[in-house]
Design a protein around this ligand. Sequence first.
Ligand code: BGC
Ligand code: NOJ
Length: 831
Amino acid sequence: MAEKKYGHFDDANREYVITDPKTPWPWINYLGNEDFFSLISNTAGGYSFYKDAKFRRITRYRYNGVPMDNGGRYFYIKDGDTVWNPGWKPCKTPLDSYECRHGMNYTRITGSKNGVEASVLFFVPLHTWAEVQKMTLKNQTEEAKTLKVFSFAEWCLWNAATDMENFQRNFSTGEVEVEGSTIYHKTEYRERRNHYAFYTVNTEIQGYDTDRESFIGLYNEFAEPEAVMEGKPRNSFAHGWSPIASHYIEVTLQPGESRDLIFLLGYVENEQDKKFSAKKVINKEKAHQLIAKFDTTEKVDAAFAELNQYWDNLLNIFTVKSGNDKLDRMVNIWNQYQCMITFCMSRSASFFESGIGRGMGFRDSNQDLVGFVHQIPTRARQRIIDIASTQFPDGGCYHQYQPLTKRGNNDIGGGFNDDPCWLIFGTVAYIKETGDFSILAEQVPFDNQPGTEVSLFEHLKISMNHVINNLGPHKLPLIGRADWNDCLNLNCFSWDPNESFQTTENKGEGSKAESLMIAGLFVVTGKDYVALCKQLAKEALESKEGEIAGLAEEDYLTEAERMQQAVDEMNEAVKQHGWDGEWFLRAYDFFGNKIGSDENEEGKIFIESQGWCTMAGIGLEEGLCDKALDSSKKRLECEHGLVLNNPAYTTYHVEMGEISSYPEGYKENAGIFCHNNPWVIIGETVAGRGNDAWSHYTKILPSYVEEKYQTLHKVEPYVNCQMVAGKDAAKPGEGKNSWLTGTAAWMWYTVSEFILGIKPDYEGLLIDPCLPSTAKEYEVTRKFRGGEYHITVKNPSGNQKGVKQITVDGTPISGTIIPCSEGKHEVVVEM
Ligand code: BGC
Ligand code: NOJ
């Protein structure tokens, strides 16, 4: 039976168009890409924050509410006795028409009722600490219409965590000011805060409300605010309790007339000595300036055009024309867009991440970089420095940091022994994109302590050393708290439900718990590190000073040799102690027992080690990679992708921890953890198996899923989610934890570098596609270090891998690296 559809792609406008407000789950979008951010659902639910969803929450949101997605920027339109919202919620008055268009950092929601159309464009202008809400009201009838329009926003008392729990204080702190059409939220400004927020509209208002209970009524819902239902604002003034902001505007529209109302939700910071303009009166100068920038339709339209231009430029860096719309729209639009969002948010704020628990992950943000670095390399550079600044002198790391303070914390545990390697991964991606070796000379502290600075190169070195210094009985990496799989807690042994698997004290002493995932990761990043050292040796030799980051040619050559040896040893250790006969083992537990072995009853095979060891090419010649990939296909694959492990754990195993706490088929217990599917896909490309790579890839490619499973899948069809219920689950194919997942960056890395085969390298663009035999020809345009390459790949005989010949501007080159040069170039690749 054909599934119900809730929307469709509009590629020409780079939008996803939602045509029914009752999506199977709120389908959201993100506004802002620098400092001021908003989450917005297809019914205008969501919230805004400045930089940090925990410490600077501007508007309030209630998670996991009933009904779902309660709270947002709501416009109530009272037309006679009918009250409705352009986004359907919260009144849920049946609309005559509804449409939500999620685009690149903007959302446009249009509803109509009884001959009035209200279209609201939401976006955060570039470099602006404010959300613009441009509402266009249109009278489509033959008669004049008089409407009562109420806006609504509910302030959060800044700290999203205490806002939800410390009511004995919170109900007494709220303070506001009203000046003309602007409502100011100045809670806690009297004391230590130098920031306030405001909500304004570019017209005279006929009333307002700032106290929630006066506006809504204590026993009412958002769907029936008393003030709106009666058509009378209360002009209430909040003292304590729950401050809100609502404008009341009377609008009369002649037949056919339309009118714009521009609302602006802004955030301002003042210097300590300029906080007040009079006793207790906040200094509004900066707010006035900000308001003046967006107080006419012309100014707002210009800012919107600028935002669109910004996205034109970003998305023009890499474009593909393959003749397959489903591929092209993901590569050219949505995958790259999601990479921007994961770069900005890491794992902090979504409709599955509260914005309170998780900040910028060490491993997460490093991985996010590979999807983002080509877009805005300077921001990637800063991110690498920020991440490295949280590292410890022994190479270990905080697992995450808070975006506002950039200080590391242990809120979701520490001592994950894969973490250090990811710094190599992120940094190498940055240098290959930019050719900027100077980043390695940057002086970067430990744990943000001034005076502890060493070069970034030194940070990379201690990262590698951290693995070498923490090997177990089989000379494989000790796992620590866990590796990439946060839930493989081999040193945890928790029987107490009040303990978090992530933060409970680990039994490190005497542990034999080793990870094959880290082993593979070490070989991949170790090889990268060796190649980097060799390149640095060359660069040092050619440089004026004869050195880079304080080291000379021979230093780098010695270092390359040292690490090559460590990589070779790891390679051997994996072949000797990490091979199970048909696939790679996953780990050894605390006691030295095998995990992910045919000997085990459940969890016989895991995806992570198959992915990393095949990406590393361990045992490629001996056929181990082919076997491991075949086994993955046989045991892990299902209709919706590759599950994490098989068979799923059906009982709790104290020696494995959280992984076995999940019911079968969910999350790390045999869910399709999309993040790790690309590892196997890349492994397939390393082995030259383009058909298999493509088949795995399209199973989790949103555009392919969208076509078949909007209802089953539930979550946004235009982006990847973290987890799709696996074959052992009650409802295989159901998606969860959308948006904030390393899947975005890995899907990008996979398709751009390993399938389409355009790989930035130190000396130029390396071309090495791995294709399904059905792919006969495609074109990629790639901007790279000042040049623009129009690359046509020709594959008439349907080969899966192997470049025969490359010509650049008509001249054949030797090898597969297109050397960097400025200007436009025509490249033809024959497979
Ligand atoms: C989840 C992981 C997550 C970890 C840390 C676990 O419950 O399953 O995916 O990374 O918590 O927050
Ligand atoms: C989500 C976390 O953000 C990520 O760091 C981790 O690797 C995966 N879960 C797998 O556990």
